[in-house]
Ligand binder design. Structure first.
Ligand code: PEP
Ligand code: CO
Length: 481
């Protein structure tokens, strides 16, 4: 790529005073889009930045930084997702709920990559479908919150909104939104991405290492044992191919993986500062990650987040919660995917166990009848969160599995491809979600290793157990298709 392919276009970030005629949001048209056209539209879930001047300075600095990902990689992901939308692949989007700056270490990134590789290989092996891997990684630093403030012992402070905004300690100083953290987020994302690229291109992701990805604590679980058996089969298959004369050493696909990055595009100032115009492709790309998504709390049609992502060429995800109406969803799809381009849209349903059978079919129909071919993915995490008796925010592995099963059943009924899953997981031996066959996590265990910065994640053993179930669902689906 030459320097002129992608150039920096916002050396000075506009002052944000652009508002629509009459004070309301402007009517949308592709011609009126620009990287700053989100300004003046309602933006939900924003910190109250105490120093707008400082924020502007940070935006200007960020706009001069190199892109974190390149348009050609973004377009590769779009092509892979188009294949998924056509039923010829499966999307695995997974990682932390909220990454911490402190976990952007080699060990932290390696741990997450390891469990993603394990889940992906089980899905590939079990279904025979290529799995497109997208991490909630290298930039998932911001969090939407149910309440803007938190009160402890009568003291009310701003909520912790993720490391990109403030710090979790319950002091006024720590909770004060700090624009400098946007810059810090960029540098941590960049460091994480650097080690991720090295690990995925170097020997760590090599299929020959499939046994080494399994950690000691996971081996103790039934799922971990089953993983060992699958890994034996894969190793034998590789030896078989080599014995047949296939030069397995020269096959890059066996030695490297492509792990794309993604995060919720929650803070429009940060995203705008990383949007670049690509001369060659005559289009705008958000170079903060390969894929961005809009959360269930920020998907308002006339809102800033939808406006921001409407004009960039990245694949765009939209979380689809239980309050999403079919007509609203159709309008969102029209706005974000007016060209009906396969690979552009990923609709991520997060309805809660027991609700998919009723809520999902009309949504699938509405989107299909309007001519869109999105990847439909299932996030079985966010509709199944509750506070346990011991006071921890948690999820049951059984509810998670049920929601995925319902997602598959509804797709089968509709004759559509269940395109993917979206998970919050970690490679660590945490006790945040209930259930699982390894020392079944009970409510009384949650306190022992509850480490998440936000939502409860599946530990590696629970993730592998779920991966086997999803692989079974996929296999069944393919046998009836
Ligand atoms: C998330 O993905 O972490 C999240 C907050 O999801 P949702 O917008 O679906 O609630
Ligand atoms: Co979450």
């Amino acid at each position: 790529m030459t320097a002129s392919d992608t150039h920096t276009t916002q050396l000075a970030v506009p002052d944000g005073t652009r508002t629509a005629g009459g004070g309301g949001p402007a009517a949308w048209s592709p011609d009126s889009w620009s990287p700053d056209s989100w300004r003046g539209r309602p933006a939900a879930q924003q910190p109250d930045w105490p120093d707008p001047e400082e924020l502007r300075g940070v935006e200007n600095t960020l706009a001069l930084r190199p892109p974190l990902v390149l348009p050609e990689e973004i377009l590769d992901l779009r092509r892979s997702l188009a294949q998924v939308a056509a039923g010829e692949g499966f999307l695995l989007q997974a990682g932390d709920c909220a990454e911490r700056f402190g976990s952007c270490t080699e060990a932290g990134v390696r741990g997450k990559l390891r469990v993603i590789l394990q889940v992906a290989i089980l899905l590939t092996y079990g279904s025979g479908l290529p799995v497109v891997k997208v991490g909630r990684i290298a930039g998932q630093f911001g969090k939407p919150r149910s309440r803007p403030t938190e009160t402890v012992d009568g003291v009310e402070l701003p909520a912790f909104r993720g490391d990109i905004v403030n710090r979790p300690e319950f002091t006024a100083e720590a909770r004060r939104p700090d624009a400098g953290r946007l810059l810090s987020a960029y540098h941590h994302a960049s460091a994480a991405l650097n080690v991720l690229r090295a690990l995925t291109l170097g020997g760590y992701a090599d299929l020959g290492q499939v046994h080494d990805w399994n950690q000691e604590f996971v081996r103790r679980s039934a799922a971990g044992q089953r993983y060992e058996t699958a890994a034996d089969d894969i190793t034998r298959a590789l030896r078989f191919m080599a014995a047949c004369g296939v030069d397995t050493r020269s096959q890059a696909a066996l030695h490297q993986v492509q792990l794309y990055t993604s995060h919720e595009a929650l803070l429009p100032q940060y995203e705008q500062a990383l949007i670049r115009y690509d001369e060659k492709r005559r289009g705008w790309f958000d170079t903060s990650a390969h894929m961005l998504w809009i959360g269930d709390r920020t998907r308002r049609l006339d809102g800033a987040h939808v406006e921001l992502l409407a004009g960039v060429g990245n694949p765009v995800g939209v979380k689809v919660g239980p309050s999403t109406g079919a007509a609203d969803l159709r309008e969102l799809c029209e706005r974000l995917d007016p060209d009906r381009a396969p690979g552009r849209l990923v609709l991520i349903s997060r309805l809660g166990a027991g609700r998919g059978g009723e809520l999902l079919p009309p949504l699938l129909r509405a989107v299909r009848d309007a001519g869109h071919t999105p990847v439909w993915a299932c996030d079985p995490m966010h509709g199944n969160t509750f506070v346990s008796e011991s006071g921890y925010k948690t999820r049951r592995l059984s509810d998670i599995t049920t929601e995925v099963a319902e997602f598959f059943a509804v797709h089968r009924e509709a004759g559509l491809h269940p395109g993917g899953i979206h998970l919050e997981l970690t490679g660590d031996d945490v006790t945040e979600c209930l259930g699982g066959d390894l020392d079944e996590v009970l409510d009384t265990h949650l306190a022992s290793r509850y480490e998440t910065a936000c939502d409860p994640r599946l530990n590696a053993a629970q993730s592998i157990e779920l991966a086997f179930r999803v692989a079974e669902f996929l296999r069944e689906q393919r046998s009836v298709a």
